[in-house]
Design a protein around this ligand. Structure first.
Ligand code: UD1
Ligand code: CA
Length: 455
């Protein structure tokens, strides 16, 4: 079997995006376009994958990783020129698969089928094509009387009849490496864009008597090219449907997929229910039997089994099993919250650990704290972690009971099974099993109003 190398084109300026960012690092469902394409290319059994970079190349490298193979196209002289730069590090004798980083919905399944088709056809080149309702902006496939491919005409160069053609070039191809190299050396830039078009190599190969084929797909969804932010939003919707469908087929209930936003590379266990208005960011891991949402936002977090997250935001944190969060809780980065816990309404937790069985039911701030198991927080507890210069930690040991409206001025420790009286401002450590009262004793002045105001 022939060696396969892959080239991903990602050097273009992306002018139509009207963005300071490289086009190919714009994200679809939390993952950059270049990464989507690269991850599909990785599934093909290719010897190497070379990404052609140029414009805003540092952004592309930062996104994709320094450990990848790159070819630098110093000046963006067109797709044919971009391929020639990468061909310098590919040897003759095999097949090269050419992908565009701005065609992010492509799947490895389609690519593999196109490669198999190419090998079977013994052609010098195979282009992936599809019929679309609106071909605006794409290269049109020109076919002869027998349906054989004669070449590709770019929209800018097309005449009125050619513009009526609805079969488009998806920008994805298989070539014989040596024949492509020879054809590229004959490219000219005498076209409307003044560029060296990769698409012109097909006509050059045909002129030289080689066979050129088309692998035509039925469905246009995967082949959409992204040139502007509107097209990105259309592609995002397609990708979201694909992701949601996969989760549903693996046993996740999504009540309304239309307004459930799950990023790439999220794991969700079976029998978990996702309620509307929920956003789950790239890399989150959610167990089985959970109820997530409505209206929850989860970023980079791990959630155990049978846990409920209701109308809450969880960032870069870990939450255990059978724990209830919300409604309206805010778990900020670096929290480890255990099993059978309640983090209730209007509770904020930050950079803290919370042990199993603890209840933080309402209106409480727990920041920079190490909280043991089976602790009960009364309503309105505040860990006073910041002295205007430094953050300090609060330690609350197992089984402690924090009275309502307690301020815990850190650094401070509340011992095992200790109590704080409601309304206390605790500035000194409380020993195990003790009760700390840190407020004035109540004074009652009988008939005060009558003495002051009469009657
Ligand atoms: C290209 C095809 C068109 C096809 C469409 C599919 C050509 C001439 N046209 O048009 O037939 O229908 O894709 O989406 O190939 N790039 C470089 N270096 C360059 C120029 C471009 O690396 O000098 C990269 C871009 O980053 C992009 C890809 O090549 O990833 C395609 O370039 P783009 O300018 O978007 O081409 P289209 O006009 O979309
Ligand atoms: Ca494009």
């Amino acid at each position: 079997m022939a060696d396969i190398s892959t080239i991903i084109l990602a050097a273009g300026a992306g002018t139509r995006m009207k963005s300071e960012k490289s086009k190919v690092i714009h994200k679809l469902c939390g993952k950059s376009m270049i990464k989507w394409v690269y991850s599909q290319a990785e599934k093909i059994n290719a010897k190497k994958i070379i990404t052609v970079i140029g414009n805003k190349r540092e952004q592309v490298i930062a996104t994709l990783g320094e450990d990848k193979d790159y070819a630098v196209q110093e000046q963006q002289l067109g797709t044919g020129h971009a391929v020639s730069v990468a061909l310098d590090s590919i040897v003759d004798g095999g097949i090269v698969l050419i992908l565009c980083a701005d065609v992010p919905l492509i799947t490895s399944d389609t690519l593999q089928k196109a490669i198999d088709f190419h090998i079977k056809s013994r052609c010098a080149a195979t282009v992936i094509t599809v019929d679309v309702d609106d071909p605006t902006g794409y290269g049109r496939i020109i076919r002869g009387e027998n349906g054989n491919v004669l070449g590709i005409v770019e929209e800018k160069d097309a005449d009125d009849d050619q513009r009526e053609i609805h079969e488009i070039n998806a920008g994805l191809y298989c070539f014989d490496v040596a024949l492509l190299r020879a054809a590229i050396s004959n490219l000219k830039n005498d076209n409307a864009a003044g560029e060296y078009y990769l698409t012109d190599t097909l006509a050059i190969l045909l002129e030289n008597g080689y066979c050129v084929g088309a692998y035509k797909k039925d469905d246009a969804c995967e082949l959409m090219g992204i040139n502007n932010l509107y097209q990105l939003s259309v592609a995002e919707k397609i990708m979201r449907t694909r992701i949601n469908t996969q989760h549903m087929l693996s046993g996740v209930t999504i009540i309304n997929p239309e307004n459930t936003y799950i990023d790439a590379d999220v794991t969700i266990g079976h029998d978990t229910v996702i309620l509307p208005g929920t956003m789950i960011g790239e890399g989150c891991v959610i167990g089985s039997g959970c109820v997530i949402g409505p209206n929850s936002n989860l970023c980079s977090c791990t959630i155990g089994d049978d846990t409920e997250i209701n109308s809450s935001t969880i960032l870069e944190s870990k939450i255990g099993n059978n724990t209830h969060v919300g409604p309206y809780a805010y778990v900020r980065p670096n929290c480890i919250i255990g099993d059978n816990i309640k983090v209730g309404d209007f509770v904020e937790v930050k950079n803290s650990t919370v042990g199993d069985g603890t209840k933080i039911s309402h209106l409480t701030y727990v920041g920079d704290s190490d909280v043991g198991g089976n602790v009960n927080f009364g309503c309105g507890t505040v860990t006073v972690n910041y002295d205007s210069k430094k953050k300090h930690r609060t330690t609350i040991k197992d089984g402690a009971f924090i009275g309502c409206n307690t301020n815990l001025v850190a650094p401070v420790t509340v011992g095992k099974g200790a109590y704080t009286a409601a309304g206390s401002t605790i500035t000194e450590d409380v020993p195990d099993n003790a009760l700390a009262i840190a407020r004035n004793r109540q004074v009652v002045k009988p008939d005060w109003r009558i003495k002051k105001y009469g009657k």
